[in-house]
Structures are given as C-alpha cells and as structure tokens.
Design a protein around this ligand. Structure first.
Ligand code: 2P0
Length: 399
C-alpha cells in the first residue's frame, strides 16, 4: 500500500520447533551458534505472528508496537535488524520493487506486530516475531537478499522460521557469520501425514530465559561442548535422511534423544537449569509406554525451554494417541476448548492400552492441546484490511 508518501506492507510468519536443538552461541553479538540445528515449521493457521511495517519520508523516528503496546525501539536486537535491513537496502543494485523509493534506507519505520496465540502459553514467540520482522522490513525496504542474517540477529531460532516445512540452520564457519544461514531441507508438502500436537502444561514458575540459559551452559557445561563437537554433526546428517525418506521411527527416536540431550546439558549447566516439570516427565513416560505397547516408535516428544510438550506422530496414530493423552490428562472442568486447531476424530481406548499406560489420571495437568501440522514459510498479505497500521502510520486499534 503506497498512499500519501507512506508505504505499508503486512506479512505473517510461523513458529518452528527444533528436532535437533540449538543451544549455545560462539558469538553473542552476531548470534552465531556452536552447532547446526534442524526444525519443523508449524502451520500458521494455528500459530503465527502478523506484522505491518510502514515507511515514510515524513516519519521522524522509528516506533514499534507489540500486541498493541508501544515498546522501546532502542532494544539492541531490534536495532541490529533495522541496521542490517537498511544496509541491504542501501546496497541493492536495482530496486526491483517499484514501490520502494531508492533512498528508502533513510526512511524511518513504524512496526506493529501481533501473535494469534497467547504469549502466556509459553510458546516460543521470538522466532516467529523476528522472522516476521525481517521478512516484512525486507518487503517494505525493497530488499530481496537472503534474510537469515537479519532474522538471526533478532533471535537465533528466527532464521529457521523464514522457510516452510523442514529447515536446517547451518552453523557456518566464518567469524563474520555470512555462512550461518537457514536452508529448506524439504517443503511441508513432502510429508503430509505428519501431525503435531502441542500439550500446553500448567507451569507455575517462570523459566530461565533462553539467551541467559545458553550463555551459562556454554560457560560451564562440558557435556554441551561434547554435544556440539561430537554428537550434533552426525545427528544432523541422520535427521536429514529421516526427513527425506519419511522414516518416522528414525525421525521420532532421534527427536526424543536430542530433546533429552538438550535437557541433560541444562542439568549439566552450573547452577543447573531445569525446564521440565513432573507433567513433562509423565508425558515422556506416556509416549514411551504407548510406543512399547505397539512395539514401534509411533509417537515422539520434544521439549524446549519450558514444560510444554510438542508431540510428533502420523495421521493414522493421532486419534488413538489423543485418546491416551485425554485418559491420563483429562481436562479439569469444562473440556470445551481443550482441543484446539485441526480436528481429530475421537476413538475409544482399548483396555489393553489403558492397562499398558498404567498411570493414574491427573486432571488439569495439561491445560489445553493445539493440534497442527507442518506449514509454509512467511506470507505477504495483500488485503489492505489486514494492515495493523492505519494511513497515518499508527496502530488501527488505538486510533
Ligand atoms: C531451538 N531453543 O533450537 C532451541 C531449543 C530453545 C531450546 O532456540 O538468544 O530464543 O534469541 O538466539 O533462539 C531458544 O533460543 O535464543 C531456542 P537467542 P532463542 O529452538
């Protein structure tokens, strides 16, 4: 949208969940990791960030609104993204984008960003947020370079949200970080039967932030150093193979082992960091008992820097596994909005499986479940109705 000297662009970007985890930086300023990582991009129908960036010669300062509240634009990581986008805009050979003026890198920007999922759910929002910021700023400033560096400077895991499907973040070797980039391994259409459940767990305590947590791990954990140097390289190659061949048992086992090793490095950190709680551990036990009952890896879990579980399975296993979850973790009161997102056909659990699961039910330990699948990368929204900023460059909701 270009009107009265204002150019506004609105885009959306996805959340991703790593199956080979990123934990630890070799350069804090450039956000360069100590190991490569690989993730699955989640579908934006269930989880996404939407961002509008408006640039104008008339704006006197950069401003940003997150979920309706104005935030301090001097945040160092935000500044790093803005500086990098303007450098790329200044260096572009031909504008390509007719809408973006050739001196646009001198324009100030207004940014508004919202998530379609509650921040309180404890789901990583920085990846979707910074990927969306990088992608939207690039459209506004007429930049069509690889955006890994712009997103990465906001949050490491954000560079993986620049693509759909299955994405690797290659750690790179250079000290300037130019080869530390995200690449798509396979698009979301490659494995359409793959399904994902997010089990949102009741968490009482606030967790250690990822940035500080991984810094302490790098300083104190010998296990983390061993993992980065001697474990992850082979796991990356094996995970790429599992994805390419749609080998679910291989994918699932490696996903669980890598999540467990990440949490082991957290415990090996000094002082130790612990993100999992009793419910997380009971979910792990449920998955292992379910798989043992079937004599096959049909379900896998992964946990990030918090107690929520991300479950991977295939479409045909989903109804029975969901029934198992609801047997052990029934909703506390009214189960109305317990299952959100993609619908799942309910089934009755067999007595055999109930007996194999063993545990006593814990009502309310899982708050709710989001049912989703792999999805595409960032999208440009062409309907001006979807702009979060009005023609005056201010958030629409507070006009
Ligand atoms: C990941 N996590 O690979 C890992 C697994 C959490 C556990 O990336 O400091 O928010 O902004 O680069 O990306 C969380 O770390 O950290 C994360 P910064 P980020 O998804």
């Amino acid at each position: 949208m270009a009107s009265a000297g204002l150019l506004a662009v609105t885009c959306s970007a996805p959340v991703n969940i790593a199956v080979i985890k990123y934990w630890g930086k070799r350069d804090e300023e450039l956000i360069l990791p100590i190991n490569s990582s690989l993730s699955v991009t989640l579908h934006q129908d269930q989880l996404k960030t939407t961002t509008t960036a408006a640039i104008s010669r008339d704006f006197t300062k950069d401003r940003i609104w997150l979920n309706g509240h104005e935030e301090d634009v001097r945040h160092p990581r935000l500044q790093a993204c803005l500086k990098e986008i303007r450098r790329l805009a200044q260096n572009r050979r031909s504008t390509g984008e007719e809408d973006s003026p050739s001196d646009s890198h001198t324009y100030k920007v207004h940014v508004a960003s919202v998530n379609n999922f509650p921040t309180a759910a404890g789901l990583a929002s920085s990846a979707a947020g910074y990927a969306c910021l990088a992608y939207t700023l690039a459209r506004a400033y007429g930049v069509d370079n690889d955006l890994s560096e712009v997103a990465r400077r906001g949050s490491g895991s954000a560079c993986r949200s620049l693509y759909g499907g299955f994405v690797e973040w290659q750690m790179g070797e250079r000290s300037d970080g130019r080869d530390s980039i995200a690449r798509q391994v396979a698009p979301e259409s490659h494995w359409p039967e793959l399904r994902i459940l997010i089990l949102v767990v009741n968490a009482e305590k606030k967790q250690t932030g990822s940035t500080v947590g991984m810094q302490t791990s790098v300083e104190t954990s010998a296990l983390l150093r061993f993992r980065a140097e001697s474990v992850v390289p082979a796991r990356m190659a094996e995970m790429v193979r599992c994805v390419r061949e749609r080998d679910f048992p291989g994918f699932g086992q490696l996903t669980m082992k890598d999540s467990n090793q990440f949490h082991a490095t957290c415990l090996d950190t000094f002082p130790p960091i612990s993100y999992l709680n009793d419910t997380s551990r009971r979910i792990m036990q449920l998955v292992h008992r379910f798989n043992a009952h079937h004599g096959d890896t049909q379900v896998a879990y992964s946990f990030d820097a918090g107690p929520n579980a991300v479950i991977f399975t295939l479409e045909h296993t989903l109804p029975e596994f969901l029934a198992a979850v609801m047997h052990i973790f029934p909703p506390e009161a009214n189960g109305d909005k317990f299952l959100r997102g993609l619908p799942v056909k309910p089934v009755l659990l067999s007595d055999d499986l109930k007996a194999a699961l063993g545990a006593e039910p814990s009502p309310g330990a899982v708050k709710y479940i989001i049912s989703t699948q792999a999805g595409p990368g960032p999208q440009t929204l062409n309907n001006p109705e979807e702009h979060l900023l009005g023609p005056d460059g201010l958030p629409k909701s507070v006009q």
